[in-house]
Design a protein around this ligand. Structure first.
Ligand code: NAD
Ligand code: UGA
Length: 435
């Protein structure tokens, strides 16, 4: 029986270990434990997953782009310090290509004759669907050294997944392909959203409807229908971070054109967020100063309370910059989190030690409420920034009756029925759709 230990029990480590534990053959009793005695469990384990956070560096060389591997490095040093037997160390975190080489150096330096095999096993789960994604992944990717020891390690990890993942979905590659495939997958996914969002700007300018365009192009089996929803912009802890990381690696390898190509995905995303703010301000007679704007949804997507890199932060800050008063409602995000997010500098969200005190302006201009009706009461406009299902079934007549007139709706996720809202009397702006 192999013993598995995971360092880092966040969004990835926690659910991944739970699903592995559930899929082991019948065990006498409990087989999933959470512990802070990391040294003990590392020294006893055969396979050690490392799924610590790998945020963007905020200081020094590569600041604003390169991955900060501080947490990874300290985990590797700890493994080297406490291990007394051979180990398979699995990179579960998303890391720059060639990280395994650095980790190998840390582990084998002072190795006391211990054999370490490093594997890259990036995670492709998405938040809100983590357990489903882990139960039936499109694929599991395992990269390792092309030596007999490396291949044995790959086999050992493959056996863990083979308890519930069909063998043809387990892809084995060399280390660098596995590391790079993770960055590439996120870059391709984000690029799809920036592509459809770029089209949405053209749709607004020409009278085309982005939903119809997405539907039409998605029918081409080479393009496919998924991930073509135009939005106020993509968010989440990984897309931007991983593309910046990719850009940095390209630049370090002298590949300026390639770096610029991928940088553009982020630029279009930033453009989409600022375009949204400009549309709100310009349609509300060029000023939102002193006007109450309701913000419905703050999480970076539905079914999660996660606000890391949510487009709502940039949109809210843009509106606050124009002196709007915001009343924010999200079914899963706390007031404390929202106030903190709006007071934070870029990238600080994943560096808790750098947290700044709250700025008094944002506290005064922002209220957080626990109900969409409360948020919209007496508001001049409302912005939908997360596609929560409950927003589709709100009583918009009631909302309209309690808002200032003219009452504006800016649907950043295309979730409401714009025609019905117009019948009620709202002025409705949807992303990438004719007025
Ligand atoms: P997270 O911040 O939720 O979890 C990381 C955890 O590691 C934190 O709880 C932190 O306290 C802990 N940690 C850091 N150093 C530690 C140490 N030395 N010992 C013990 N614990 C330590 O991050 P996450 O969202 O789970 O992401 C982890 C990695 O997985 C990142 O590289 C990310 O890019 C990648 N990833 C994330 C997702 C996602 O949906 N969130 C999906 C795929 C890949
Ligand atoms: C994403 C990837 O989908 C996962 O495969 C990957 O493992 C993960 O990043 C990671 O590496 O962290 P996640 O960020 O949880 O997962 O969520 P997504 O569903 O990909 O959504 C990301 C952002 O894109 C959200 O803000 C979402 O609203 C936006 N989005 C998504 C769109 O604007 N349009 C779409 O069509 C799809």
């Amino acid at each position: 029986m192999v013993k598995i230990c995971c360092i880092g029990a966040g969004y990835v480590g926690g659910p991944t270990m739970a699903v592995i534990a559930l899929n082991r053959e019948a065990m006498p009793g409990k087989n999933l434990f959470f512990s802070t005695n990391v040294e003990k469990h590392v020294s006893e384990a055969d396979i050690i997953f490392v799924s610590v956070n790998t945020p963007t560096k905020t200081r020094g060389l590569g600041a604003g782009k390169a991955a900060d591997l501080t947490y990874w490095e300290s985990a590797a040093r700890m493994i080297a310090d406490v291990s007394k037997s051979d180990k398979i160390v699995v990179e579960k975190s998303t890391v720059p290509v060639k990280t395994a080489e650095a980790i190998e150096k840390i582990l084998t330096h002072n190795s006391k004759g211990i054999n370490y095999q490093i594997l890259s096993n990036p995670e492709f789960l998405a938040e809100g669907t983590a357990i489903e994604d882990l139960f039936s992944p499109d694929r599991v990717l395992i990269g390792g050294r092309e030596t007999p020891d490396g291949q044995r390690a790959i086999k050992a990890l493959k056996d863990v997944y083979a308890h519930w993942v069909p063998e043809d979905r387990i892809i084995c590659t060399n280390l660098w392909s596995a590391e790079l495939s993770k960055l590439a997958a996120n870059a391709f996914l984000a690029q799809r959203i920036s592509s459809v969002n770029a089209m949405s700007a053209l749709c607004e300018a020409t009278g085309a409807d982005v939903s119809q365009v997405s539907h039409a192009i998605g029918k081409d089996t080479r393009i496919g229908p998924k991930f073509l929803n135009s939005s106020v912009g993509f968010g989440g802890s990984c897309f931007q971070k991983d593309i910046l990381n990719l850009v940095y690696i390209c630049e370090c390898n002298g590949l300026t054109e390639v770096a610029n190509y991928w940088k553009q995905v982020i630029k279009v995303n930033d453009y989409q967020k600022s375009r949204f703010v400009n549309r709100v301000v310009s349609s509300m007679f060029n000023t939102v100063s002193g006007k109450k704007i309701a913000i419905l949804g703050f999480a970076f997507k539905k079914d999660t309370g996660d606000t890391r890199e949510t487009p709502a932060i940039d949109v809210c800050n843009g509106l606050l910059g124009d002196k709007a008063w915001l009343s924010i409602y999200d079914p899963q995000v706390t007031e404390d989190q929202i106030q903190r997010d709006l007071a934070m500098k870029k990238f600080d969200w994943d560096h808790p030690v750098h947290l700044q005190p709250m700025s008094p302006t944002s506290v005064k201009q922002v209220t957080v409420v626990w109900d969409a009706y409360e948020a919209t009461k007496n508001a001049h406009g409302l912005c939908i920034l997360t596609e929560w299902d409950e927003f589709k079934s709100l009583d918009f007549q009631r909302i309209f009756d309690n808002m200032q007139k003219p009452a504006f709706v800016f649907d950043g996720r295309n979730v409401v029925n714009a025609d019905k809202l117009r019948e009620i009397g709202f002025i409705v702006y949807s992303i990438g759709k004719p007025l």
